[in-house]
Write a protein that binds this ligand. Structure first.
Ligand code: ADP
Ligand code: ZN
Length: 676
């Protein structure tokens, strides 16, 4: 055997690196290569992680590298080190992560023309606003720290954060560097892309889920080869290997959309911060409602903290009123036409708004006509056969599972007892839309939820209609709570705020506070200092819930202070690190037994090593969604003060998988956001 050995992380789910002979191509660390793999010598992709690897005494037959990848460039050292960090922190093989860094197709063959509309519209270019004192101060402070630091900008909705980002990107380009702007998918609105295109014209590349593979490939090369200077994208855009990176901005940093909860379960926000560290460039997090994790980092001085307490031009924040729905039924009923889900006060406000030709947005975070149907005589509820969840009524004839999309026809006779009439329980956006059409027959009503808006084009159309005031009342799910900016929208109603805080999750209050604040922030965004502010009505059955009380007073700091005390008492993040181990199997007994064994092994491991004593093992328990897509689900929650210790513990616990029963899967989620 002769020649140099190189260590390659191969694109498989095996967390192993394999040694190959270099053969007659000459590689360096970061090169993307094809290798023969396994018995059939299947041609797989891999990345060279080390050259000069020893080639003696390997437990497998040495093979030779096949070739370089046709097109993909070598990954730079900072990018490689960042990938290694991701792979280790989230416990996922680096060879598998590799392909996220590259486009789905090979480069375009010449002459092909796309018939799709432009991804970045050509707009007339214009300079931004002249920054006010608070904005300038923030920009100057950040500009004076060109190397790696994480900045948190906490600014109320409409504080002018986006304008700050634009100025920072402009300076980055002047310095000859490139920028990365990350947003949750849902906030990647046409309005936002327009604003960037106006400022930077042809310098923008965009990556989001609605692009075709060809478009994605072209955008990728445009930024990687430097024809474009700013990449705007959803979380996965962080993998794009951009050299000369001078700035990373993560807007709406608190959004759970930055977290991926399957396969590589990473946080786009946290990974972006690490990317800034390896690339040695500033990272800016922005939010009106920062996550508790980021807030704590700011008060602990790990992040540089910037605060903007006022809207631009002293525009007033909206007035928020809480409506007690329990008291509604005792009020003298003035409006017999009014549906049960609408309070009298909100109804009257709607009438006033419509009379003034102002727009209204109503939020209900649930789709469909009804949340459940049940039989009046035997009590049977319609359940999804694949998931442990009740089916929702859509339209008049469809029952749909909101988790796996199972559909069946709705029949009004109970299928179980064959005689009872079935009734609808609860409420969904579709039902609200129906009722609104009856209540305001001459008004234009639009609905925005996943049933109605399935593509970016549909969203764009909706936004355009809202901007032109061709819609009077908009009803939607959380889809309408974020990022949208309509000058004539003055009245906002949250129809049933209880939905978001009644979720079995320790972050339910936080998420609820964020949603209420974000949605409220849509009201009266362009009202002048001396005009009446926007108005928000929060309808709820629990008027004293902390997320409502603090949101009503625009008191983010009060809310977090209160919430942090509770988190600390229970050893939850941001004080402790958590990881969840999910055990899944199509067989209910097996999943139960496997989870018991896993818990016993965890206890044994704790007892064996002193350093693991501090780890708390909670469970095993049935997951709140006990069955999903025909898989029964149990979980174990681990808590620990130190990430490193927790990581080592899980590595050890998962290193032996021989005991795991057939068809049973155990998956690890580090820093989980979704505990259902
Ligand atoms: P945020 O991102 O904090 O919600 P934006 O940057 O979107 O705030 O600003 C809110 C509104 O104020 C936008 O319509 C924006 O064009 C406008 N705006 C921002 N900064 C200024 C400024 N310095 N002068 C005038 N208008 C501004
Ligand atoms: Zn289902």
């Amino acid at each position: 055997m002769s020649g140099r050995g190189v260590l390659v992380a191969v694109d498989t789910l095996l967390n192993e690196r394999f040694t190959y002979l270099e053969g007659n191509i000459s590689v360096e660390r970061g090169d993307v290569v094809y290798v023969p793999f396994g018995k059939g010598n299947k041609k797989l992709l891999g990345v060279v992680v080390k050259t000069d690897a020893p080639i003696d005494n390997l437990p497998y037959e040495l093979k030779t590298l096949t070739s370089f990848h046709e097109e993909w460039p070598r990954l730079s050292e900072p990018h490689m080190r960042w990938l290694e960090w991701i792979s280790e922190y989230y416990m996922h093989p680096i060879g598998w992560v590799l392909k996220l860094c590259f486009p789905p197709l090979l480069k375009k063959v010449k002459g092909q023309k796309s018939k799709r509309p432009a991804i970045v519209p050509e707009v007339e270019q214009s300079e931004g606003h002249k920054l006010n004192a608070e904005q300038s101060h923030c920009v100057e402070t950040i500009s004076q720290m060109p190397g790696f630091a994480t900045h948190l900008i906490h600014g109320v909705t409409g504080a002018g954060k986006t304008e700050i980002y634009l100025e920072l990107f402009s300076r980055t380009l002047h310095a000859g560097k490139r920028g990365l702007f990350l947003l949750p998918e849902i906030s990647l609105t046409p309005q936002l892309i327009h604003r960037f295109a106006k400022r930077f014209g042809g310098e923008i590349a965009v990556l989001h889920s609605q692009l075709t593979d060809r478009e994605r490939t072209n955008q990728w090369w445009d930024i990687v080869e430097g024809r474009k200077k700013i990449l705007i994208g959803a979380r996965s855009a962080i993998f794009c290997p951009i050299e000369d990176l001078g700035l990373i901005v993560i807007d709406e940093e608190h959004e759970s959309g930055f977290k991926q909860d399957e396969m590589l379960k990473y946080s786009g926000r946290d990974a972006a911060i690490m990317l800034g560290r390896f690339r040695d460039c500033p990272v800016i997090l922005g939010s009106a409602t920062p996550s508790l994790e980021s807030w704590k980092n700011a008060i602990d001085k790990k992040f540089v903290f910037h605060q903007i307490k006022q809207r631009v031009n002293a525009r007033p924040l909206p007035d928020i009123e809480v409506v007690d729905m329990r008291a509604e039924k005792d009020l003298p009923q003035k409006y017999p036409m009014k549906p049960f889900w609408l309070s009298q006060v909100l109804y009257e406000e709607m009438l006033n708004s419509l009379a003034r030709k102002e727009q209204i947005a109503l939020l209900l975070n649930r789709r469909g006509m009804a949340q459940a149907v049940f039989c009046q005589s035997c009590g049977h509820t319609a359940q999804c056969p694949n998931c442990d969840i009740s089916l929702s009524l859509h339209g008049s004839a469809h029952l749909v599972c909101h988790y796996c999309d199972y559909h069946e026809n709705f029949k009004s006779k109970c299928p179980d007892c064959a005689e009872g009439e079935r009734v609808n329980l609860g409420l969904g956006t579709e039902r609200v839309e129906d009722d609104l059409r009856k209540l305001f027959p001459d008004k234009i009503i639009a609905r925005a939820d996943r049933d109605e808006i399935q593509s970016r084009a549909e969203m764009e159309e909706l936004v355009e209609k809202m901007e032109k005031s061709e819609i009077d009342i908009l009803i939607g799910t959380q889809m309408i709570a974020k990022g949208l900016d309509f000058s004539n929208l003055k009245l906002v109603g949250l129809l049933l705020a209880d939905i978001s805080f009644n979720i079995p999750d320790f972050r339910a209050s936080e998420k609820s506070f964020q949603l209420i604040t974000q949605m409220s922030g849509r009201a009266g965004r362009h009202v002048k200092e001396d005009e009446a502010p926007g108005r928000v009505y929060i309808q709820t059955y629990n008027t004293t819930h902390e997320s409502i009380v603090f949101a009503k007073n625009h008191d983010y700091e009060g809310f977090v202070a209160n919430e942090l005390i509770q988190r600390q008492q229970l050893n939850y993040p941001p004080f402790h690190k958590i990881a969840s181990l999910k055990i899944q199997s199509p067989d209910q007994r097996t999943v139960y037994q496997a989870s018991e064994i896993l818990a016993q092994r965890a206890e044994a491991l704790k007892n064996k090593f002193e350093i693991f004593r501090e780890i708390e093992v909670l469970g095993p328990a049935e997951a709140p969604i006990a069955k999903l897509k025909n898989q029964f689900r149990h979980h174990l929650l681990l808590k620990c003060g130190q990430h490193k210790t927790l990581n080592q513990f899980i590595q050890k616990l998962m290193s032996d998988s021989k005991w795991i029963p057939k068809q049973t899967k155990i998956s690890v989620d580090v820093d989980p956001l979704n505990l259902l």
